[in-house]
Design a protein around this ligand. Structure first.
Ligand code: UD1
Length: 363
């Protein structure tokens, strides 16, 4: 059986690394190849993750790069179709909810190649998010749907997807987190940035709804400046956010207690997340990683597709108002912490379950 797994953007790499590792045990029956679409192409958004996660260089690189949604999705489809024709895989694996996910799932299905979707079933119920559209469409056309949390099972059944296709297996992103933790312990990033354990706020912000308009971004800058009077802030900055801060003349409005850095590699980032007093974010994956680590997480969004991090974990979904987010951060600093537990099957073994299921199908 020949399987091609697709990666495109930063959050995909940690989901695929454990899958690739486990497939090495099935080498007799399964050839596992990796295709990188090139959606993310900067060294610190892509290469560093391959290195740190122990992923081999991708077998195929489509070099698609940035563009509007239609341009990016379309280019990926055109290039991926050529690859499917020449490689004739038996199965395609896609992960998460980025444009590369839907582009390759759709291409493969039209060529009658089976598709497995890892991280299926998550729903924010906000169709303004490009990821929500990618999630709904990918799930609708996948043959094997691997679900990370219980809400995903309910969502998929509501959409009429048959039980036989759905597998509750846990979270591959947590597999990678579990395996990187020993290495993260020796990270020197706190010393490099001059931060004290448990006494700084970590910030990541990159959703179009938070960083694409001048009004939202200047609100963010104002809030961060105000919070930086209480604590140092580490702010590894996504290319989209940096570009827009520059465009709106806001880069030099951030005060000096805010450490702006380039995007940070996986090992150092996980160390920062573990040692921060709290994280303020709009990321999806970080809501899960902070829940696993027990780090306080304030999510600056109106909805989450990962409700178990709120119901069971340390995540607080605060909405989109900066004033509310600021209040929530101050509360945490004053000691009002949310206690949490780790959701079911987030045990570092999700990839083993997925590969076992797919290998059975191969026989
Ligand atoms: C994408 C995903 C989002 C995910 C995020 C993680 C979609 C629809 N969105 O958003 O779900 O949370 O990745 O980072 O797929 N850029 C660079 N260098 C890079 C990559 C991007 O400079 O290596 C810049 C480009 O100017 C590009 C912009 O960032 O236009 C946005 O990149 P894109 O891949 O379109 O979306 P993200 O915002 O990264």
């Amino acid at each position: 059986m020949k399987i091609i797994t697709v990666v495109g953007a930063r959050p995909n790499f940690m989901k695929v690394a454990p899958i690739h590792k486990v497939f090495q045990r099935y080498k007799k029956n399964i050839i596992h190849l990796i295709c990188h679409t090139g959606q993310h192409y900067d060294a610190n958004m892509s290469d560093i993750f391959f290195k740190q996660l122990g992923l081999p260089a991708p077998d195929f690189f489509l070099g698609v790069g940035s563009g509007s949604h239609a341009e990016q999705t379309g280019k990926i489809m055109i290039e991926f179709e050529k690859l499917v024709h020449s490689e004739k895989p038996d199965l395609i694996i896609v992960v998460g909810d980025v444009n590369s996910t839907i582009a390759c799932a759709l291409t493969a299905q039209k060529l009658h190649i089976k598709v497995a979707h890892i991280e299926a079933g998550l729903r924010s119920y906000d169709r303004n998010m490009p990821e929500e559209i990618n999630r709904i469409l990918t799930d609708a056309i996948s043959d094997y749907l691997f679900v990370t949390e219980k809400s995903g099972m309910v969502n998929l059944r509501k959409e009429g997807i048959s039980k036989e296709k759905i597998f509750f297996v846990g979270n591959c992103m947590i597999d990678s987190l579990v395996s990187i933790l020993p290495l993260a312990k020796s990270s020197k990033i706190l010393e490099e940035l001059g931060l004290n354990k448990g006494k700084f706020i970590l910030v990541t912000m990159h959703r179009p709804s938070n960083v694409d308009s001048e009004q939202r971004l200047s609100g963010l800058v104002k809030m961060l400046n105000s919070l930086s009077l209480h604590r140092k802030i580490a702010f590894p900055i996504h290319p989209r956010t940096r570009k827009n801060l520059g465009k709106f003349g806001l880069l030099d409005k951030l005060n000096e207690n805010i450490l702006l850095t380039e995007p940070i590699g996986y090992i150092d980032f996980i160390h920062l997340l573990e040692k921060s007093e709290l994280i303020l974010t709009d990321s999806g994956g970080i809501q899960e990683e902070s829940t696993y680590l027990g780090t306080q997480c304030i999510t600056l969004r109106a909805s989450t597709e990962r409700p178990s991090t709120v119901r069971e974990g340390t995540n607080q979904l605060i909405g989109e108002e900066f004033a509310k987010a600021e209040k929530a951060v101050i509360k945490v600093i004053k000691g009002k912490k949310k206690t949490g537990s780790i959701p079911e099957l987030w045990d570092g073994k999700a990839a083993e379950r997925i590969c076992k299921i797919l290998a059975l199908k191969a026989n």
